[in-house]
Design a protein around this ligand. Structure first.
Ligand code: SF4
Length: 351
């Protein structure tokens, strides 16, 4: 059985949800009903899951489970219809998510906008009407969205703050506070879809993972969110783009994934020397783990240009690693001492 760590249902895989339902004595078909409520109806509280028996909802609530959608703390509205959301999570940490009605869906392989790819698939008449609608106004009539929402895009955050110390980025000044859980990544998308009255079967929505944080430094949670958004929320991977600052080991892992988004690598500069200057930390982060650990011992000597924010993060990472190592060694020593005591006691006991 998989260890369930989260009580927020959006952070759980189908396997984990199914185990919870099984533990509560529910038939297998309840999983589909629960997933439908979470991802297709986008219900925000367990009380709304009227497709489930009340006793089951009560059991889930009593066990501490919740849907896990973040709260909208603030909305900042621009004249072009862009809405910047400040979302707050249960521990008080917050991130920004951006709704762009006219899109920034990343690039297709040939450099054109990914929204264009989608438009090309539409019949000519719908395609031109779609363009006219998206070019015309900031807010749309929700009844005529079948043709207008061909390029709307949500820019999603993957971490609170960021450890990659890009010199031009405001988020870098925060340092890394924490990784987002899968449900906190998914929750930003679902909450924006709710707020913008998006019908996922009718409207074409793009996702770009280009908000706060480096998605490839929160790889497992990011990938779990992508899988659930594709399989349960119904947003195809071909309409998602992840941007990385260039975390090479994770790029290799990403290439082997069955479900993938499009990939964009932020070069941030036109030549290697300038790139090293503005994104020095990336070179460190692309090294194998062992080399990173060795380097972190003496940042000043090996990595003189690392920014203060990055240095702080690396030192913290190293301290955490040493604490874990020390904890592990102490636990091993305690276990060995206990085994020895038991051995000695057994030897002394008369047969
Ligand atoms: S990786 Fe992205 S979020 Fe992180 S510091 Fe660089 S630009 Fe900012």
């Amino acid at each position: 059985m998989t260890l369930v760590q989260h009580r927020e249902l959006l952070s759980l895989t189908n396997q984990q949800l199914s185990e919870i339902l099984e533990d509560l004595g529910q038939p297998a078909y309840r999983l589909r009903q629960l997933l439908d409520g979470l991802y297709r109806q986008r219900w925000t509280s367990l009380d709304q899951f009227t497709t489930l028996p009340k006793s089951l909802r009560d059991n889930l609530l009593e066990a501490g489970y919740s849907v896990g959608l973040p709260a909208i703390e603030k909305r900042f509205l621009s004249s072009d219809g862009t809405v910047r959301y400040l979302f707050q999570f249960s521990d008080g940490q917050s991130v920004e998510t951006v709704w762009m009605p006219e899109g920034d869906g990343g690039e297709a392989g040939d450099g054109s906008d990914s929204g264009d790819e989608e438009l090309a698939e539409l019949p000519q008449e719908l395609s031109s009407r779609g363009r006219a609608a998206t070019e015309g106004s900031a807010f749309f009539d929700h009844d005529s969205l079948a043709t207008s929402r061909t390029r709307a895009t949500i820019c999603v955050s993957s971490q609170v703050g960021c450890a990659v110390d890009c010199k031009f980025c405001m988020t870098a000044l925060l340092g890394l506070h924490r990784n987002l859980a899968p449900g906190e990544i998914i929750g930003q998308v679902l909450a924006v879809l709710n707020d913008q009255h998006v019908d996922i079967d009718r409207d074409r929505i793009n996702l770009v993972f280009m908000g706060q944080g480096e998605p490839f430094l929160n790889y497992d949670n990011f990938m779990q969110a992508v899988r659930m958004l594709v399989s349960e929320a119904g947003i195809p991977g071909s309409r998602m783009t992840v941007s990385t600052s260039g975390i090479v080991p994770r790029i290799s892992d990403f290439g082997a994934e069955e479900i993938r988004t499009k990939l964009a690598v932020s070069l941030n500069a036109s030549n290697e020397a300038l790139r090293t200057e503005v994104t020095a930390a990336i070179y460190y982060l692309t090294l194998p783990q062992q080399e990173q650990e060795a380097i972190a011992y003496d940042l000043k000597f090996v990595y003189p240009d690392a920014g203060a924010g990055m240095a702080r993060q690396l030192v913290k990472q190293e301290q955490r690693h040493l604490r874990n190592e020390a904890g592990l060694r102490a636990a091993q020593a305690a276990r060995a001492a206990r085994d020895q005591r038991e051995l000695d006691t057994n030897r002394r006991e008369p047969v």
